[in-house]
Ligand binder design. Structure first.
Ligand code: PFF
Length: 456
């Protein structure tokens, strides 16, 4: 087992790692992206494929990604270079780290814009703007926000500065405390929202929509739906770009990777399902459209907050906690670039964080303008925000994930991987993991790709 430590600092305990990795995984992906994507593909069938992808592809790849990070102990680019050397493989493998940096860059540029919507909604809730609002009013409120580039820019800027500040201080010190208290608080609030939806919404219809797998609904969009479900699993679990790898590099050598991954993936999935259970009953009770796209939670939740007693306070609290969840994810998106700048360009951490965040901020402007002034500029039929969202989740992250699986399963010696995972090389768990990363995960991703482009 590797016994070195990272120059960027180490987690103070196993719990700190679990909290940070869960902080990375749980974010807008669960509460904003999962419900609207499930809604775009008709609910249950999408959700079932999503859960299968988490179990068969996400969990083994997350174990592989943490393992590579912990053995490499550097930024993903340098870890992959060092591991390839150690295993006598081509230095070409460091490309994995570069693609990861590109993915992180693209994701954070739009993620910060959406986090900006969330910040704006804290103030709308607190200001009592939700009280008594109906479906049309809530839709109009959302449309007014996305049509206003200056407002979007202001909130996007606030969020990028918040993110850069924490990364500048070093994630191992800043992150632990925040996640320890705020994640459980968000969880409790989500449960309260589900209870509210159970009592005030069309709960049965919402649950049936989310959990009854009706594949007939997918029809001609089957390939696209399966690709999106898989992409959602990668996005939600923060896989395939080095975020979880770099968090693994700050993990001490004794912790059991398999157990940690079970907890992280389990919590991430639970939060996504709770979000769905809170939102769809309200969607159906108010005659909203489940497939209305990225605005879904911003159009739905205000109606619920507007009707419940104490809704202004409760709504503000909910969006504050969602901002925190987004923040702890954004930090993990920025960290791989910053660690690389520190290692290879000799920058101080604050300088590296400022530089990386400024570059992401600039690209984020293209994303927010694509919602209004630049709405007629499209590539592959999509504006920048939607393009980056689809391209990263559905293409770049799965590609990165397969490369991780192949390296861990085929390139790394079994003695190294069994040792690093803390499993007996001839034990059942190790063999299950090995079959999943060697065959199942790569084959599934390739088949889903081929199916989506109509070749299979
Ligand atoms: N997992 C985060 C979420 O669900 O909001 C988003 C994310 C973070 C994606 C880090 C990818 C990543 F590397």
């Amino acid at each position: 087992m590797s016994s070195t430590t990272s120059i960027h600092g180490m987690w103070s305990s196993r719990l700190a790692f679990i909290l940070a990795a869960t902080g990375s995984a749980v974010g807008l992906g669960n509460i904003w992206r999962f419900p609207y994507t499930a809604g775009e593909y008709g609910g249950g069938a999408f959700v079932l494929v999503y859960l299968l992808c988490v179990a068969a592809i996400g969990v083994p790849i997350m174990m592989a990604e943490i393992m590579l990070g912990r053995r490499g102990r550097q930024s993903p680019i340098n870890s992959m270079r060092a591991l390839a050397r150690e295993e006598g493989a081509s230095p070409f493998w460091q490309l994995l780290g570069w693609v990861g940096i590109l993915s992180g860059f693209l994701i954070l540029s739009f993620y910060s814009v959406i986090a900006g919507w969330t910040l704006a909604y804290v103030f709308r809730a607190a200001g009592g703007l939700f009280s008594g609002v109906d479906a049309a009013g809530s839709e109009a409120m959302f449309n007014a926000l996305v049509a206003d580039p200056e407002r979007l820019l202001a909130w996007h800027t606030v969020f990028m500065v918040m993110t850069a500040l924490i990364v500048a201080r070093g994630v191992s010190s800043g992150l632990e405390q925040a996640v320890r208290w705020l994640m459980p608080a968000l969880f409790v609030l989500l449960v309260v929202m589900v209870l509210y939806a159970a009592q005030a919404g069309e709960f049965r219809a919402g649950l049936a929509y989310l959990f009854y797998p009706d594949f007939a609904k997918l029809g001609a969009r089957f390939g696209e739906a399966v690709l999106s479900a898989m992409g959602q699993a990668f996005f939600s679990l923060s896989l395939g770009m080095g975020a979880i790898m770099i968090y693994g590099s700050y993990l001490n050598s004794r912790a059991s990777i398999g157990q940690n991954v079970g907890i992280i993936a389990g919590m991430d999935t639970l939060v996504a399902l709770l979000a769905g259970m809170a939102i769809f009953p309200i969607v159906f009770a108010n005659g909203l459209e489940p497939g209305s796209g990225p605005g879904l939670i911003f159009q739905t939740l205000p109606i619920a907050f507007g009707q419940m007693p104490g809704g202004s306070l409760f709504g503000a609290l909910f969006f504050v906690l969602l901002v925190f969840a987004a923040w702890t994810s954004a930090i993990s998106l920025l960290e791989p670039m910053v660690a690389w700048l520190v290692e290879n360009r000799g920058l101080s951490r604050p300088r590296a964080a400022a530089l990386a965040a400024a570059a992401v901020w600039l690209l984020g402007i293209a994303c927010l303008l694509s919602l209004n002034l630049w709405s007629d500029i499209t590539i592959l039929g999509r504006g920048f925000l939607v393009l980056f969202n689809d391209l990263t989740a559905n293409v770049l992250l799965p590609l990165g994930g397969v490369a991780i699986a192949i390296f861990a399963g085929w390139i790394m010696r079994r003695a190294s991987s069994a040792d690093e995972l803390g499993l007996a090389g001839d034990g059942l768990w190790y063999l299950v993991w090995l079959v999943l990363v060697q065959f199942v995960a790569p084959a599934c991703v390739v088949l889903v790709f081929l199916n989506a482009i109509g070749l299979f």
